[in-house]
Design a protein around this ligand. Structure first.
Ligand SMILES: [Zn+2]
Length: 498
């Protein structure tokens, strides 16, 4: 098999040499009889593996590479013969009622929303692309111009140009949050108590190139030193950046760039994430119907928060019926978004591989949005419960929790970690639950000092809140012993005996 890969590799090198202007025709092919090792090698050689099974892969290859596989005894089924022509066909499926967002319509929509819902959203350019376009973000929250120390979530699309559905789900999520704020109490709760950042086009240059030139283009539009174009933004992040599942050849689909964060598209996200301190994120891609989570850079890397990742991925998969998976189990790939966001910043970071093809007909948009938006809303909600037991949570966040939010965080985490056998994990989580319980006790005691026992009754009747109850009891007994007028006598008696 080594020889096959050598042949292909030479082929790519030759093609990239002097044929930059006349790009080869790309096709999508299902290649069979592949071992896991061969699939992993293909990823590192720079092929875009759209989907894989136990012994096959659906790969974007040049038409003239098909025979190289066939000659080595691999059954090859061409799924889409000419991907550029395919893009033209998809564009023709669009009409007034269903069409993919372009950079221009996305920008226009963001500005329209900001004008219509100024109390709950604000538009910001988080930086420029390689070709100097604004990379737009929409922040959705009450008091959107202030940083209110609320749990925060980041929703991204279009790291990869030709994966148009990845723009749609973030846009549909924003639309639902804004238009249902006034009528849907669950949405209102998310807007009021979270800070949600929507960045639907991380790589606008590439999206525009793929749409306007009808090109099956994956990367950004950097001109590389060897005359080729494009760096793969999802191989350019600076945590474990390198060659596994990424290529050092400029013409390859998974070219990782000249160094970690060499691209403005990735540094824009890095700066935003460092500034906003997200608890959870989703980066949308196509295709395969998967929910992926860290780590991606190598097999079997211990993930200290695996229990939370497994729980959240499993819960999200109930909405869209996608398969949850550790990212590296697909094939290891270095320099991706999730590894950086989790590895460096402890964000609970997920990648969704939407749909069963790169770009479904525009008539499918409503359907895949409907399947996936509820999963995004779930993640935004859980950024404030599970997100508080990872190191991405900070004390200001916990000190700002409402009683309701604190109690939800306690219930979710105590339920999930009951009986946790891993001592290190249990201790980390306990430390956070203790802080949240302290915060909850402060709020309950403030109510009790005003003679209001409703919040006390609420935690008293919540079995998971035992720690918070004991904090309240200690505090009330201590304070009333020093100042007998601090609390009503009957309340002190009740709390003492409870
Ligand atoms: Zn992708």
């Amino acid at each position: 098999m080594r020889r096959l890969f050598t042949t292909i590799f030479c082929c790519i090198s030759l093609l990239s040499f002097g044929t930059v202007s006349a790009e080869p025709v790309k096709c999508l092919a299902k290649v069979g009889k592949l071992t896991n090792k061969q699939i992993v090698s293909l990823a590192s050689l720079g092929f875009d593996i759209a989907k894989r099974g136990v012994d096959f892969a659906e790969i974007v290859i040049d038409q003239d590479q098909v025979m190289a596989f066939v000659n080595k005894g691999h059954p090859v089924k061409v799924i889409i013969e000419d991907l550029d022509a395919y893009i033209k066909k998809v564009k023709a499926t669009q009409n007034k009622n269903s069409s993919y967002y372009t950079y221009a319509t996305m920008e226009k929509q963001f500005k329209a929303w900001a004008a219509e819902y100024p109390e709950i959203c604000v538009v910001e350019s988080i930086g420029k692309s390689f070709e100097d376009r604004d990379v737009w973000a929409l922040k959705i929250s009450d008091n959107p111009t202030k940083n209110e120390e609320e749990p925060a979530a980041l929703i991204m699309g279009a790291h990869h140009s030709r994966e148009w559905p990845s723009v749609e789900v973030p846009m549909a999520t924003a639309k639902q949050m804004l238009t249902e704020y006034a009528s849907n109490p669950e949405i209102k709760n998310l807007v009021d108590n979270r800070e949600t950042w929507i960045v639907p086009m991380v790589n606008p240059d590439g999206v525009i190139y793929s749409m306007e030139k009808s090109k099956y283009w994956r990367k950004n539009r950097r001109k590389n030193a060897d005359g080729s174009y494009g760096v793969d933004p999802n191989r350019n992040y600076g945590y474990q950046w390198g060659n596994a599942g990424a290529s050092n050849s400029g013409s390859a689909d998974t070219y990782h760039g000249t160094g970690p964060f060499s691209e403005s598209e990735t540094t824009n996200i890095k700066k935003l994430a460092e500034r906003e301190k997200f608890q959870a994120s989703i980066s949308f891609h196509t295709y395969s119907e998967l929910i992926l989570y860290p780590f991606s850079y190598a097999y079997n890397i211990p993930n200290p928060d695996s229990k939370v990742f497994v729980k959240m991925a499993g819960d999200m998969s109930r909405f869209n019926k996608y398969t949850p998976k550790i990212s590296a189990d697909l094939y290891p790939a270095m320099g991706d978004t999730d590894d950086f966001l989790y590895g460096e910043l402890k964000v609970l970071s997920f990648t969704f591989e939407l749909c069963s093809t790169f770009i479904p007909a525009a008539s499918e948009i409503a359907k895949f949005n409907e399947l996936n938006v509820p999963a995004v809303l779930y993640l935004i909600d859980k950024a404030g419960t599970y997100g508080l037991v990872t190191p991405a949570a900070h004390d200001e966040l916990i000190n700002n929790l409402s009683l309701d939010a604190g109690l939800k965080a306690i219930i979710d985490n105590v339920d999930l970690f009951a009986g946790e056998g891993n001592v290190a994990m249990r201790n980390e989580v306990l430390k956070q639950i203790e802080k949240i319980s302290q915060r909850t006790a402060v709020l309950v005691c403030a109510d009790l000092r005003n003679g209001d026992s409703a919040s006390w009754l609420r935690i008293k009747n919540t079995p998971q809140a035992r720690l918070a109850i004991s904090f309240v009891r200690n505090r009330v007994l201590f304070e009333s012993a020093h100042d007998s007028s601090a609390y009503r006598e009957d309340l002190v008696a009740e709390i003492k005996n409870s």
